[in-house]
Design a protein around this ligand. Structure first.
Ligand code: NAD
Ligand code: ZN
Length: 342
């Protein structure tokens, strides 16, 4: 089969023929129809410090996908060939205390598809039956291909109640933009999205942001006045990974406000802790998606009218992956889909 592979330590990716995976008794073999490029794939391509410490080449990369079941193992029931599926890319141990108490998203033994085991940028992907999510026929394939990052957005945006609240989202990347649409859908009073990239801010507007603000040029405090806000934001979703953005968020939160942290901050990021303490802020780190409550919620949100269409900006045949990665790395795109089969 064709696959996009990190062949050796260092920058770059190749497309090459590799053996198709063989499903074990508890596995499902999926023919990949579409996959989408994530920031993680970009880290693996460019071979940054995280990739160098995490990835063991050779590795088929990619974890965002939609596909069709072609074969199920002998211990698999309730799933059958022909079904359209996406899948949870975090494989958990099922035995640790967190797994046993239903907090699988916090399993310390998590292994990632396309990170620690063969990925979805290939004609075929093998997943344990537990990780397969059947996609409703009402949901377009390219949207289902983005379930993984949409799940990050849903998990973060539903961590705190946003109904009637003023929400600040820092970072208009794909996940920040999807979160803007979710918060609007969930009844937020206003959703302000910040970035420093005009292309991304335009996408945030298309995704329903009340205001999309270039913080390198405009002031958040003036935006608060414009929106008739008197006391600051109730809920903050940090989705940039920028220490400056987090610090700015802490400054404009209302006392008692709640912040969900999804963006991956550098290890030496510092904040003014006294602002957090005296404002009585709550900060919560978010990892992955809840298994499988987030998957349920995102399916229902899409069926009840949530649209993420504007964030899917480009589609390429899988063979043109280099062009697609270069575009993703330029910051001049939203989600980019790679077409594999069908
Ligand atoms: P992305 O890198 O595409 O988007 C980040 C955006 O933040 C960019 O558009 C960038 O221009 C913007 N930005 C940079 N500096 C800023 C500033 N000072 N103020 C406001 N915006 C600023 O990322 P994404 O794919 O949308 O993911 C969002 C974040 O979540 C990333 O940090 C990613 O690594 C992280 N992530 C975390 C998890 C998890 O499980 N915790 C999962 C997926 C992604
Ligand atoms: Zn576990």
């Amino acid at each position: 089969m064709r696959a996009i592979v990190k062949e050796a330590r260092g920058p770059g990716l190749v497309m090459k023929e590799v053996p198709a995976p063989a499903p074990g008794p508890d596995d499902v073999l999926i023919r990949v129809l579409k996959s989408s490029i994530c920031g993680t794939d970009v880290h693996i391509d460019t071979w940054d410090a995280w990739a160098a410490k995490t990835i063991e080449p050779p590795l088929v990369i990619g974890h965002e996908f939609v596909g069709e079941i072609v074969e199920v193992g002998s211990h698999v029931s309730g799933l059958k060939p022909g079904e359209i599926v996406s899948g949870e890319g975090h494989l958990v141990c099922g035995k640790c205390r967190n797994c046993l108490r239903g907090r699988m998203h916090m399993c310390p033994h998590t292994r990632g598809v396309g990170v620690n085991r063969p990925g979805a940028f290939a004609d075929y992907l093998c997943l344990p039956k537990t990780n397969v999510w059947v996609v409703s026929p009402q949901i377009p394939l390219q949207v289902a291909s983005c379930f993984d990052p949409l799940g990050n957005a849903v998990h973060t945006a539903t961590t705190f109640d946003v109904l009637g609240e003023d929400v600040l989202i820092t970072g208009a990347g794909p996940i920040g933009c999807m979160s803007a649409a979710i918060c609007r859908h969930a009844g937020a009073r206003s959703v302000v999205v910040t970035d420093v990239n005009p292309c991304r801010l335009e996408l945030a507007r298309k995704m329903g942001a009340t205001v999309a603000l270039d913080v390198s040029k405009e002031s958040l405090l003036e935006t608060e006045t414009f929106l008739g806000m008197k006391e600051g934001f109730d809920v903050g979703l940090e989705m940039s990974g920028s220490p400056r953005a987090l610090s700015q968020m802490i400054d404009v939160m209302f006392a008692g406000g709640r912040i969900a942290l999804l963006g991956i901050l550098p290890p030496d990021a510092s904040v003014d802790w006294t602002r957090i303490i005296f404002k009585g802020l709550t900060l919560k780190g978010i990892y992955g998606r809840k298994m499988y409550e987030t998957w349920y919620k995102m399916s229902v949100l899409l069926k009840s009218g949530l649209s993420i269409d504007p964030i899917i900006t480009h589609t390429f045949p899988a063979e043109s992956f280099r062009e697609a990665f270069d575009l993703m790395e330029s910051g001049q795109s939203g989600k980019i889909i790679l077409e594999w089969n069908g």
